[in-house]
Design a protein around this ligand. Structure first.
Ligand code: PAF
Length: 281
């Protein structure tokens, strides 16, 4: 596996590979790989001639009081893990090269970025879309792989790809979970043992909601209350939001029918966790 830091070098190499007819899969990441990242890499390796993993902790998608400084980083460990999965190139640009002093552009998608995580993290999705656009332009992949854990991010990126005519197929990949149900996330390592023990309550609440819906409950308000009550039983949680939405426009629903996303975010001390389930009723 090659490590490439230079944007120009990466772009020229990707162009050459494309011109010679090879398909390119991109897995954009912020590193500190876990099973979620590895599952995206595996899918890309399976579906493309070349897999490029980008590793860049993107400062512009973090708010001033967020966890950019404590975001876990371990390049050596990540290199070993990616190489084991058959990744061909790890692209690790520097902050200075990605955002030189005179950088002035940002990419935004309206409306669907204003709710859920967008409401509590102003500017977050603009930061994500700006860096993802840059990565798409540098690497020009045929396919790009994103996890369904970041359901809103996935939807927003798909919208941008459609709106800006990026000739790229966005490939969604299922949430990976620990044995106790906690969705895997790079941030989980920042949980204290006590917080880690409490964390699976998020998925348990979602699973309980699913069970009630499968038994016939259609009232979104009831399901939302049930999830909130379950999570609030655990005093360490500070619940940010629980929303029941239609999966395409992320509009809140009052009756559970069609394609539904139940999404939530909660804090355990410094660590912000998100999770979701999708249902078709
Ligand atoms: O999901 C992430 O890790 C990041 O938001 C992404 C897509 C790599 C952009 O920095």
């Amino acid at each position: 596996m090659r490590i490439i830091k230079s944007i120009n070098y990466m772009q020229n190499m990707a162009l050459t590979q494309r011109a010679s007819g090879r398909s390119i899969g991109l897995v954009p990441t912020m590193g500190y790989f876990h099973e979620g990242h590895l599952s995206l890499m595996r899918k890309s390796v399976e579906e493309n001639d070349i897999t490029i993993v980008s590793l860049f902790v993107n400062p512009i998608q973090f708010g001033p009081s967020e966890d950019f400084d404590i975001y876990p980083r371990d390049l050596e460990r990540d290199q070993k893990l990616a190489s084991r999965e058959g990744v061909d190139i790890m692209f690790c640009p520097t902050e200075q090269d990605m955002y030189p002093e005179d950088f002035k552009t940002s990419v935004n998608v309206e409306k669907i970025t204003e709710k859920l995580c967008g409401a509590s993290r102003p500017g977050h999705f603009t930061g994500v879309l700006t860096v993802v656009s840059k990565l798409f332009n540098i690497i020009q992949p045929h396919r790009a792989y994103f996890g369904e854990k970041d359901a809103q991010q996935l939807l927003v990126i798909k919208q941008m790809v459609r709106d800006l005519n990026f000739p790229i197929q966005v490939v969604p990949c299922p949430i990976q979970r620990e044995e106790d149900g906690l969705a895997v996330s790079s941030r989980n390592v920042n949980l204290t043992p006590e917080q880690r023990e409490a964390a699976p309550a998020l998925y348990k609440a979602l699973a309980k909601a699913k069970e009630e819906i499968e038994k016939g409950e259609k009232n979104a308000g009831e399901i939302k209350n049930l999830i909130e009550e379950e999570i609030n039983k655990e005093p360490l949680f500070e619940l940010e939001y629980v929303e029941i939405l239609d999966k395409t426009e992320l509009e809140k629903v009052s009756t559970i029918e069609g394609k539904i996303l139940i999404a939530l975010a909660a804090r355990l001390g410094e660590v912000r966790l998100i999770d979701n389930i999708s249902l078709e009723v």
